[in-house]
Design a protein around this ligand. Structure first.
Ligand SMILES: Cc1cc2nc3c(=O)[nH]c(=O)nc-3n(C[C@H](O)[C@H](O)[C@H](O)COP(=O)(O)OP(=O)(O)OC[C@H]3O[C@@H](n4cnc5c(N)ncnc54)[C@H](O)[C@@H]3O)c2cc1C
Length: 522
């Protein structure tokens, strides 16, 4: 029997577990990172966002992990770590489809929404090819001195007043670990959720959905009907997280620079059962047969990672913390891949728990700070569920879907801007869900969209949403002349500086810190 003691044990070595372990180590805690599998390994959840990348930078700076910073932008990533595969992401692309009809854009682009996230490739976001990305982080953790045990099967957890006792086996040998604090980064319905028999909360906002996904080679480009326009789009539409929306579900397509494409679908139970998602690839083919423009794109594709069927991807744990443990947000809940909220939530959790260990460990305020972390984690997950539920409810009313999506983009770009300006207190919760003005409005619009609306109400809702967004809009999202192709323009930040209480000089200094050279590349 191997008996070991650590101050911090982190369970699960996805990117979030490795970052949590490295942050704890850098704070001076003896730390073990425990993984049941072995890297490199497939992991889903790949598309990053400007806010996620900013949080990565904050972790790099706050916990002295300089190797992380270049991974927060396409340009520096390609210069520093070209061996780690990733994809170029300039924004969020949405196309609305109808079953059994080819995609046919109209002059007003009523079936499209393109939201640029970066003014150029250099500072663009990325899709993380997780086999490479996660392995790289684990290797850095080991180099720093984090104890890393892979191929470890944990079987039990016992909460004690002075910590948690974990039992299991590694390479067939029994293992007994005591940790003063445990961070669970093992994903939804993960280790502690099962070992401690925690309750699951059901969401009233979300429909029951199923997911089906794989990695492919030889996926074609968007066919020409998608680019049928005389005007240039705000960015090449495929250099993005591409969302193909259909009534009751959506498909994502993310292209990596190693020839691999991630694609998958999330759809309501009704559609998933009709198409028999549980059968894997045949169900995918059946779905594509109903979406002719996508079928063409995938006609020569080959699956390189077997299809995974997730029958209940949405999840929320009823308990998020104990006296000596905490679930990361990515272990405490998952809503849907729509809008890529998983990364920023997981990274916010890493930052919050690391700050808590830094400031409150062994202090009288520790348990109340932990309880506050739990409250915020649940509230944010519920806010995301409400918005995503409203988006599912409007997939067949795309004009409303687009307006509701702008709530996310407005909150995310405002949050990013104030954090970059050193004013994080102005956006202390994801989606601004705790903001006294934005939070209640977000809730109200989502609840309204879930209900059957009269023609007058449905006509008024978009304007009401825009009025609510306007005081927080630092990205030109309420500029009607751009709808529905939103370019990321640095001039918007100068124009809206007052909304974030900043001077022109402060905006200029912030942009300089972000790598903007002021060379007209807006
Ligand atoms: C279909 C789908 C698509 C998604 N797409 C996106 C997206 O585009 N953008 C986005 O922001 N988010 C997305 N997400 C969410 C995203 O996957 C998560 O936010 C992210 O993976 C969280 O990372 P993590 O490191 O916490 O956990 P994970 O990536 O889930 O890693 C968990 C690790 O824990 C290990 N583990 C599990 N159980 C144990 C155990 N008992 N003992 C030891 N180790 C264990 C696993 O082997 C794994 O290595 C998506 C999620 C799904 C389901």
């Amino acid at each position: 029997m191997s008996r070991e003691h650590f101050q911090i044990a982190v369970i699960g070595s996805g990117f979030a577990g490795s970052l949590a372990a490295m942050s704890a180590h850098q704070l001076g805690f003896s730390t073990v990172l425990i993984e049941r599998g072995r890297h490199p390994r497939f992991a889903i959840g790949e598309s990053s966002t400007p806010l996620a990348n900013l949080l990565l930078e904050e972790i790099a700076d706050d916990f002295d992990l300089p190797f992380l910073r270049p991974l927060s932008k396409w340009g520096t990533w390609q210069k520093q770590s070209p061996q780690i595969a990733c994809g170029l992401k300039r924004g969020f692309t949405f196309y609305q489809h109808e079953f059994d009809r080819s995609f046919a854009p109209d002059a007003e682009r009523r079936q499209q929404l393109l939201v640029g996230a970066s003014p150029n490739e250099e500072v663009a976001d990325t899709h993380w090819y997780r086999p490479d990305f996660d392995q790289n982080l684990v290797q850095h953790a080991q180099t720093l001195g984090v104890t890393y045990w892979d191929e470890t099967s944990l079987t039990g957890a016992e909460e004690r007043t002075d910590g948690v006792c974990l039992t299991g086996t590694r390479h067939g040998e029994p293992l007994d670990i005591t940790a003063e604090f445990v961070i669970d980064a093992s994903g939804p319905r993960g280790f502690l959720h099962r070992a401690l028999n925690l309750p699951e909360k059901s969401s009233v906002s979300l429909p029951a959905t199923q997911a089906l996904f794989a990695h492919f080679q030889n996926v074609g480009s968007l066919t020409k009907e998608f680019s049928n326009s005389e005007q240039d789009p705000p960015y090449p539409p495929e250099q993005a997280a591409v969302h193909h929306i259909f009534p009751g579900g959506w498909i994502w397509v993310l292209k990596f620079n190693n020839g691999i494409t991630s694609a998958g679908v999330v759809a309501t139970d009704a559609i998933a059962n009709e198409l028999k998602f549980s059968e894997g690839e045949p169900a995918w083919r059946r779905l594509l047969a109903r979406l002719p423009s996508l079928q063409d794109m995938f006609s020569n594709s080959r699956v390189v990672v077997p299809f995974i069927h997730s029958p209940h991807p949405a999840f929320q744990s009823g308990v998020v913390t104990g006296s000596r443990w905490a679930l990361l947000p990515s272990a405490a809940g998952f809503v849907d891949p729509l809008l890529s909220t998983g990364f920023p939530l997981a990274l916010l959790g890493v930052i919050r728990l690391a700050q808590l260990l830094k400031s409150n460990w062994r202090q009288p305020g520790f348990s109340s700070a932990l309880a506050e972390y739990a409250r915020l984690t649940s509230q944010e997950s519920e806010a995301v569920a409400r918005l995503v539920g409203a988006l599912y409810a409007t997939m067949n009313r795309f004009h409303l879907f687009r307006e509701l999506s702008l709530l996310y983009f407005a909150a995310a770009s405002y949050s990013e801007t104030v954090r970059r300006l050193g004013k994080p207190h102005l956006a202390d919760s994801f989606l601004l869900c705790r903001h006294p003005v934005f939070g209640p409005q977000l809730r109200q619009f989502c609840e309204a969209a879930m209900k059957p609306l009269s023609t007058a109400e449905a006509g008024q809702l978009p304007q009401n949403i825009r009025d609510a967004i306007e005081p927080f809009d630092v990205a030109g999202l309420t500029n009607r002349s751009r709808h529905p192709w939103y370019t990321a323009q640095v001039s918007d930040l100068f124009f809206n500086a007052e909304k974030v209480g900043a001077s022109e000089e402060e905006i200029r200094a912030m942009l300089k810190r972000c790598g903007w050279r002021g060379d007209g590349c807006s």
